[in-house]
Design a protein around this ligand. Structure first.
Ligand code: ATP
Length: 466
C-alpha cells in the first residue's frame, strides 16, 4: 500500500474511532457517499462554519446572512439552467462489470476497474428529484437544491430592501446541497449530500469605456468604482488568506484559473482553490464570476424586475455577481489532513508506549472540537476527583471541555492529543494545598501552574492568541 492511501486509511480510522465521522446507515451495511458526523465531528463542523461566518459576515459591514429553504419552486431550477444540459455530467458504463464513471475523470477509453469496453457517453443530470404533497406526478415534482446560492438570488430584493443595502454588498448562506454524483468517493470528498458556505457579492456590471474612464480616477481610492474583475481578485485573495490563517500551509494551497471549456455553465471566469489532499490536488472552493446570468434569468422567468436602482447616479442595472463557494465537509477534510501528524517513537516520556508512534491533531485552536481536557491525577483520591469535577464545572460554560480519569496520565495526554485538544489541565496533590493546576500545551508540551481563580481568563487568552 502506498504512503498516500495509508495516510487516508489512518485518517478515516481516526475519524471513526474517535467520533468525528461515521459511515451512514452502517448497521444496514452503509449507504454509499453519505456520512454522519459524530460528537467531535459536529463540533469541528460547527467551528468551521462559525469561523467562516465570522470572517465573511460578522467582521464586515457589507455582507449579511440568509437561511433559505432547501425546497424551492421548480421554476428556480429552470431559470438557473440546472434542469438543462448545464448541470449534467457525461456518464459512461462498463459493458462487462457495469460500473459507471464520469467521462472527464477517465484517463483512457477503457473501464478503469476491469479494462472492459465502455458505452457511449450520455448526459446525466445531477439534480435530485423529489415530490411535494401526496401525489407523485409531474405537477408535484421539485428538486433538492444542488447549490445554496439560488435561495440567495430569489431573495435578492427582500434582503436589499429589508436591510437597506447599497451595492456593492454580499449575502452569505450556509446550508445543505444535494447532487446525484456519478462517482462519489474519497471518503467525504465527494458526497451526494453535503453542506456549502456560499457568499454572493452583488456589484456594478463592467462599465462601458466612457464611464470607465470617468470612474478610473477614483478607482484606487473608492472600492465602489471597482470592476467585477477587481472584486473577483479581491475575493480570491480574501479566501486564500482564510485557509492560511486557519493553519493550511502555503505549499498545500493553490489557486487555479479554469479555462473556458471546463467552467460551470454560468461562469464567465472561475478560479478553483485547491488543497493538496493525500490523493492529489483537488478543489475545495470555487470563485466564480457569474455575470448577470442568475438575476437576469430569474427576472425573465419570474417576470419580476430584479434590477438595482442607484439613487445618486440615477442608474438602473442588473447587478453582476461574484461568488465564493466552499464545501463545509471538503474544507473540514482538508483541515483534518493538514492537522494530522504521526510522531514516530512517541513524544510523551511518561509511559512504556514511548517507542510507539503517537498521533497529534494540530488543528487551529479556534477549530478544534474540545478546548480543554480535565484530568484528576489519580481517580482513587476523592478530594482530587471532587476538585477536578469542580474545575470541569467552572470551565464548561466557557469552553467545550472533556473530563477524563481513565488510565495513566500519559495515556490521557495521548488521547487528548489525538483529537487535537490544545490544553490539558491536571489536578494533583499540590492543587489541594495551593489552589492551582497544571496546564499542558498540546504543541509545545510545556506545563505551567496557574491559580484556579485565573484559569478561565488564562484559557481565554491562550485560545485567542496566535
Ligand atoms: P467538483 O468539480 O469537485 O465536482 P464543483 O466545481 O462542481 O466541484 P461547485 O459547484 O463549484 O463544485 O461547488 C462549490 C464547492 O462545493 C466545491 O468547491 C466543494 O467544496 C463543494 N462541493 C461540490 N460538490 C460536492 C460534493 N459532491 N461533495 C462535497 N462537496 C462538494
Amino acid at each position: 500500500m502506498n504512503k498516500a492511501s495509508n495516510l487516508m486509511q489512518e485518517i478515516v480510522s481516526l475519524c471513526k474511532r474517535r467520533g468525528f465521522i461515521f459511515p451512514s446507515s452502517e448497521i444496514y451495511n452503509g449507504f454509499r457517499s453519505c456520512y454522519d458526523f459524530g460528537s467531535l465531528g459536529v463540533e469541528l463542523k460547527n467551528n468551521i462554519k462559525q469561523a467562516w461566518w465570522k470572517n465573511i459576515v460578522q467582521n464586515r459591514q457589507d455582507v449579511v446572512g440568509l437561511d433559505a429553504s432547501i425546497l424551492m419552486s421548480p421554476k428556480v431550477w429552470e431559470a438557473s439552467g440546472h434542469l438543462t444540459a448545464g448541470f449534467a455530467d457525461e456518464l459512461v458504463e462498463c459493458k462487462s462489470c457495469h460500473k459507471r464513471f464520469k467521462l472527464d475523470e477517465l484517463k483512457e477509453n477503457k473501464c478503469p476497474e476491469c479494462k472492459g469496453e465502455l458505452t457511449k457517453p450520455r448526459k446525466f443530470n445531477l439534480m435530485m428529484k423529489t415530490f411535494v404533497g401526496p401525489v407523485e406526478d409531474k405537477a408535484a415534482t421539485t428538486y433538492l437544491r444542488a447549490e445554496t446560492c439560488q435561495g440567495i438570488y430569489i431573495n435578492f430584493l427582500n434582503v436589499l430592501n429589508s436591510m437597506r443595502m447599497k451595492i456593492p454588498f454580499g449575502i452569505a448562506q450556509i446550508g445543505k446541497s444535494f447532487r446525484n454524483e456519478i462517482t462519489p468517493g474519497n471518503f467525504i470528498f465527494r458526497l451526494r449530500e453535503f453542506e456549502q458556505m456560499e457568499m454572493q457579492w452583488f456589484c456594478h456590471p463592467p462599465a462601458s469605456k466612457t464611464t470607465r474612464n470617468r470612474r478610473e480616477t477614483k478607482r484606487e481610492t473608492d472600492a465602489k468604482n471597482w470592476e467585477p474583475d477587481d472584486w473577483f481578485n479581491y475575493w480570491k485573495e480574501e479566501r486564500m488568506k482564510w485557509y492560511l490563517d486557519f493553519g493550511i500551509k502555503k505549499e498545500n494551497l493553490r489557486a487555479v484559473e479554469i479555462p473556458e471549456k471546463d467552467r460551470a455553465h454560468y461562469a464567465k471566469r472561475q478560479i478553483d482553490i485547491e488543497y493538496k489532499f493525500p490523493f492529489g490536488w483537488k478543489e475545495v472552493e470555487g470563485i466564480h464570476d457569474r455575470g448577470d446570468w442568475d438575476l437576469s434569468n430569474h427576472s425573465k422567468y419570474s417576470k419580476k424586475d430584479l434590477s438595482y436602482f442607484n439613487e445618486a447616479d440615477k442608474e438602473k442595472y442588473i447587478p453582476h455577481i461574484i461568488e465564493t463557494s466552499v464545501g463545509v465537509d471538503r474544507s473540514l477534510f482538508a483541515f483534518l489532513c493538514e492537522a494530522y501528524e504521526e510522531v514516530k517513537g512517541g513524544r510523551t516520556k511518561t509511559t512504556k508506549a514511548v517507542k510507539e508512534s503517537e498521533m497529534v491533531l494540530r488543528l487551529d485552536k479556534r477549530l478544534t472540537p474540545i478546548k480543554a481536557s480535565i484530568f484528576p491525577l489519580v481517580k482513587n483520591k476523592p478530594e482530587i476527583v471532587k476538585k477536578a469535577k469542580q474545575i470541569f464545572d467552572l470551565l464548561k460554560p466557557n469552553f467545550m471541555c472533556q473530563y477524563d480519569e481513565a488510565g495513566s496520565i500519559g495515556r490521557r495526554y495521548r488521547r487528548a492529543d489525538e483529537i487535537g485538544v490544545p490544553f490539558a489541565i491536571t489536578i494533583d496533590f499540590d492543587t489541594l494545598k495551593q489552589d492551582d493546576v497544571t496546564i499542558r500545551d498540546r504543541d509545545t508540551m510545556k506545563q505551567e501552574r496557574i491559580k484556579i481563580e485565573n484559569l478561565v481568563e488564562t484559557l481565554k487568552q491562550k485560545l485567542n492568541s496566535e
